[in-house]
Design a protein around this ligand. Structure first.
Ligand code: F0G
Length: 468
């Protein structure tokens, strides 16, 4: 039941399959099988569920519009009100913290900064644990309950951890979290501790944690909650449905997202594709993914693709060259070997989007600009505005195009970064190959350091005057 911890393991709908994304393999498996990679070829899996067959696209739109006004517990979740699009039975024991239903803001200052006449920001940081992970976690934890799992595990740069910790607690399941020691913001770490997860700090980076999770996932008692789990993607794809409803079904020209492990871009791509398949939209928005310069394996691959490969996206290169020692202050996306790269790259190419990089300076200034729009976000999310600015300058995004950038995490996820930026103390990590190894100071264009003033009216008025 929505809003309550689910107790019993129940049956899962068999109205779908898990399909290997490697087109040369294409093996299918039942939804009940607890697997994360294709046992036959090792590729990632994708869920193919039977989509509803509405009388007309309008009838489905109308039923969703009605659910948005419903007070039924299931409809209060921005994931579960799209239940018909998800691989779960009517009586599935839905786990929810009332995720989704996140706002879209107009961001006039950021628009001007990017050279656009308008820019909208869909803020996934307004989810229960402050990041976009919650929509996917609602689905993954529901599936974990159905499969009878007692322990759920994830590798994380912090947000998946906080989300898993919260949703596992709601489902009365043990949560085990593998974090790269010393590389996670204190806010995210604090959340996981507070929700009662077992937090294991690993001597190694995110990619090392992710490898360990994949090994541990072989143990039948352990349920993997990273986005390698295709049920996570199912929950996250609902963001595309919600976004289109909020846009009154006018397809934006571009949707821009950050890229780390590439689950988010995979999920949005799948969501838009399903809307297209159902005739609810008549074209795909161009989906572009932005990576931080020091952690950009997919952008590197994208830049090397030939025009033929960009069109033939079913036959992408077999392997991605990982970044061995990824570096960025946007710690959420400090990832060198993303697990969902192929699914994400396919979605980008199918839509006519791009995968590009932005520098630490560009991320930091874009983030401050989003703050000036009274919106705010965590550093990884600001890659989207930094990337949009670059894509406008390069002519890929037209100045009058309708653009939605997806902000993935709340500003308070990383207050330390914000304070260091505004006090002029932020320094980007040394780039790979930089022999000096010295961090490079970031001179924030929109710095706003706190000022120490004497406790007098005159001193305060003088400060005010200086800022006017
Ligand atoms: N933005 C934020 C705030 C994130 O936390 C992440 C990923 C991303 C963007 C990238 O999304 O991985 O789906 O491409 N965070 C993961 C974590 C890795 O462990 O919290 P992605």
């Amino acid at each position: 039941m929505p809003g309550r911890p689910a107790r019993a393991a129940k049956k899962v709908a068999e109205s779908g399959v898990q399909r290997c994304v490697n087109s040369a393999c294409g093996a299918t498996y039942g939804l009940r099988e607890r697997i994360y990679l294709c046992p036959r070829c090792g590729e990632t899996l994708e869920i193919e569920c039977q989509l509803p067959r509405p009388k007309s696209p309008d009838s489905l739109r109308r039923s969703w519009a009605a659910s948005a006004n419903s007070k039924l517990p299931r409809d209060l979740s921005g994931v579960w009100r799209y239940h018909a699009m998800l691989p779960f039975d009517e009586d599935a024991p839905l786990v929810t913290l009332f995720e989704g239903n996140t706002p879209i803001f107009h961001a006039p200052r950021s628009a001007e900064y990017c050279g656009l006449s308008d820019l909208r920001l869909k803020h996934q940081g307004y989810n229960p644990t402050g990041s976009f992970k919650d929509t996917g976690m609602a689905a993954a934890m529901t599936q974990a309950v159905i499969s009878g799992a007692r322990t759920a595990i994830c590798a994380s740069t912090g947000n998946t951890a906080a989300s898993l910790a919260a949703y596992a607690a709601r489902a009365r399941m043990q949560a085990v979290i593998l974090l790269p020691h010393g590389q996670v913001s204190s806010s995210k770490l604090a959340q996981s501790l507070d929700y009662g997860a077992l937090v294991l700090e690993i001597d190694g980076n995110f990619d090392a944690c992710m490898r360990l999770v994949q090994e541990l996932g072989d143990d039948p008692s352990i349920y993997v909650a990273n986005s390698i789990n295709p049920f996570r993607i199912e929950g996250q794809k609902t963001v595309a449905f919600e976004l289109m409803e909020q846009c009154l079904w006018q397809v934006p020209h571009h949707v821009v997202v950050p890229g780390g492990n590439m689950g988010n871009s995979t999920a949005l791509g799948k969501g838009f594709q399903e809307l297209l398949d159902l005739g609810l939209i008549d074209r795909l928005p161009r989906l572009s993914v932005i990576q931080a310069e020091g952690a950009a394996p997919v952008a590197h691959l994208f830049a090397k693709l030939t025009p033929k490969q960009r069109k033939d996206f079913e036959n992408l290169p077999e392997k991605l060259e990982p970044v061995q020692n990824p570096q960025t202050l946007a710690t959420a996306i400090k990832i060198g070997a993303p697990v969902s790269w192929k699914k994400a790259l396919r979605a980008v190419l199918r839509s006519g989007g791009k995968v590009i990089t932005v520098s630490e300076q560009e991320i930091a200034d874009a983030k401050a600009m989003i703050g000036r729009d009274s919106i705010g976000c965590e550093p990884a999310s600001a890659t989207t505005v930094a990337g949009t600015k670059k894509l406008v300058a390069a002519g890929h995004i037209g100045r009058k195009d309708d653009v939605i950038a997806v902000l993935t995490g709340h500003a308070l996820k990383d207050p330390d970064y914000m304070i260091r930026y505004h006090e002029g103390k932020l320094a980007s990590p040394a780039a790979a190959g930089d022999a000096s190894g010295a961090p490079k100071p970031i001179a924030g264009a929109f710095q706003n350091a706190p000022q120490r003033v004497a406790a007098t009216k005159a001193a305060i008025l003088a400060s005010l005057e200086r800022q006017r």
